[in-house]
Design a protein around this ligand. Structure first.
Ligand SMILES: [Zn+2]
Ligand SMILES: [Zn+2]
Length: 546
């Protein structure tokens, strides 16, 4: 069995693994890339497979970075089934149309821009019609039910505790004539989160593909997080300011409502007018109410006693853009929860524009912020940010509450992997930013003693072969020869690591697999050789003058 990391390798987005052996060819997830342009361009790049030849897709959960390219796959000829849990199927029925809407709007904007330049514009990545045909292909499968999806290939979904309906996959596949259990973690949840159950654990696995979003970090406990959150709400209440919470519709919105409900019930915070300003979050909250089978014991008990844990007395859902705009005029104190969670699109941008320059505003970051997004800039302490082509000064206080995270921290990931008892277990570390994934792979080898490899984007790994030795980043000592004794900037270290990886891949067997356009590759390598010459020139000159 060979597996190509089409996405979600050395990056957090674009999750997609193409798995194939002599009998079967299927995908695990088919997600969209977000973040810097060079990544987002991949959303339009040709798939390394023929869509028609894919027999099935196993979808771990509804997040767009795992499901967002499914409509493109169908548009290009995929005719198989998309297996997912019932809650994931329901969530995709609102999230994929929303994604198509964004694609259509972006294409329209691009068209207007290009017309002025007398240029053609690319069509939308996909449309509502593609989404409709995609939704017809879904096949709901409850947690724990074994299903066969291709010749000699079976799988079951297990609760990943990440978002409603999220799952990790236990697959039974034929690898070189032997049955092997291959596990795909999807996104693993954080323990002790409200509403959802903790991730399930399993004892047997031969190979695991494990996410590493927070592979280098430990979250604070839920208790500490709630206390911090209460203090922020109290401060905003005192100052008459707004609390702005960027949250994905189906990520943290419902957990934040649950936390507010609990804090108000315990009398730890006053009743503050609260707004969920995201039409998608409204539909998502309704879907939550429809799937109590995904809830943990505590939430189930609350429902049985007639409590509605996803609500607070002062809650308003705003659907229309007019209602949303009215929130700009509203005086604080108020709590506004809006999407997108990484502040790179959606209504949250308007709320930030109207409040972020005020010192009485509190922005509460509760989800992962990918490189290159506005949310990441805020977390990293940007003094100014660009919103709608306008520079806005940041005077608001920015709080990061890791405890609300939908992802397991390093401890959670290691505990989940530690439950697997097979001494011959092998791991592929995916779904994490490069440095974090590499660091986590090292921890994994050290603590659990299982060989761990961090595949590159586009790399094909063979489950018959051993995990290749771990590739580390250059140590500062080795890199110090670069300049006057000082360490090179991080960007240089990262580039060196990338070039090293590239060199290894270029010299490996990939060349004779016939899957690459070698003419184009050689042309680019020619350019690279010229750049290398120039760089050598600069360095030599530097050495001569020092
Ligand atoms: Zn996710
Ligand atoms: Zn993810």
């Amino acid at each position: 069995m060979e597996i190509t990391c089409v996405g979600g390798a050395r990056t957090v987005t674009g999750s997609c693994f193409w798995c194939r052996n002599e009998k079967a060819s299927f995908l695990v997830d088919c997600g969209m890339f977000h973040g810097p342009e060079r990544l987002e361009e991949r959303n339009r790049a040709p798939f390394p497979f023929v869509a028609e030849d894919i027999e099935a897709v196993l979808l771990t959960h509804a997040h767009i970075d795992h499901s967002g390219l499914l409509p493109r796959l169908v548009r290009e000829g995929f005719r198989g089934k998309i297996y997912a849990t019932p809650a994931t199927v329901d969530l995709c029925a609102i999230m994929l149309p929303d994604s198509a809407h964004i694609q259509e709007m972006e294409a329209q904007w691009q068209r207007k821009k290009n017309v002025r330049k007398g240029k053609e514009a690319p069509p939308p990545l996909y449309t509502q019609a593609d989404v409709e045909r995609t939704l017809e292909r879904f096949e709901p499968v409850p947690y724990g039910t074994l299903f066969s999806f291709a010749d000699g290939a079976e799988a079951s979904f297990r609760d990943a505790g990440h978002i409603l309906g999220s799952a990790f996959l236990e697959c039974s596949l034929s690898v070189g004539g032997h049955r092997k259990k291959v596990v795909f973690s999807g996104d693993l949840g954080n323990r002790d989160q409200p509403i959802l159950r903790d991730p399930e654990t399993i004892e047997t696995a031969d190979v695991v593909f494990v996410e590493s979003t927070y592979g280098n970090r430990m979250h604070r406990s839920m208790g500490e997080t709630l206390e911090e959150f209460a203090q922020i709400v109290l401060a905003a209440h005192r100052e008459g300011g707004k609390v702005i919470i960027p949250a994905f519709a189906v990520e943290r919105t419902q957990e934040v409502l649950y936390a507010l409900h609990a804090l108000q019930k315990q009398g730890r915070i006053p009743v503050v007018p609260t707004f969920v300003d995201s039409p998608l979050a409204i539909s998502a909250t309704e879907i939550f109410r429809r799937h109590p089978e995904c809830f943990d014991e505590q939430t189930r008990q609350m429902l049985l006693q007639g409590e509605s844990p996803l609500s607070v007395p002062s809650l308003t859902f705003t659907r229309s853009t007019d209602e949303s705009r009215a929130l700009n005029e509203l005086e604080g104190p108020a709590i506004i929860i809006s999407a997108s969670g990484m502040c790179d699109a959606g209504r949250i941008l308007h709320h930030l524009k109207h409040t972020i320059w005020r010192p009485d505003t509190h922005v509460v970051i509760i989800g992962f912020q990918a490189q290159g997004t506005t949310g990441r800039k805020l977390v990293e302490g940007a003094q100014r940010i660009r919103l709608f082509h306008e520079e806005v000064v940041v005077r608001a206080r920015i709080h990061t509450l890791g405890g609300f995270s939908a992802h397991a921290d390093q401890g959670g990931l290691l505990e989940w992997l530690g439950a697997m008892k097979n001494p011959a277990l092998r791991a592929y570390v995916v779904h994490g930013e490069e440095e974090i994934a590499v660091e986590f792979a090292a921890r994994l080898q050290e603590i659990i003693g299982c060989p761990a490899y961090v595949p590159f984007l586009g790399e094909t790994v063979s489950l018959l072969e051993e995990v290749p030795p771990r590739r580390a980043f250059p140590q500062p000592a080795a890199a110090a020869t670069m300049g006057r004794g000082a360490e090179p900037p991080e960007s240089v270290a990262r580039l060196i690591a990338r070039l090293q990886g590239l060199a290894e891949r270029l010299s490996s067997a990939t060349w004779d697999r016939g899957r690459i356009d070698s003419r184009r590759l050689e042309k680019q390598l020619g350019k690279l050789a010229k750049i290398a010459e120039k760089l050598e020139g600069i360095l030599e000159k530097g050495q001569a003058s020092s």
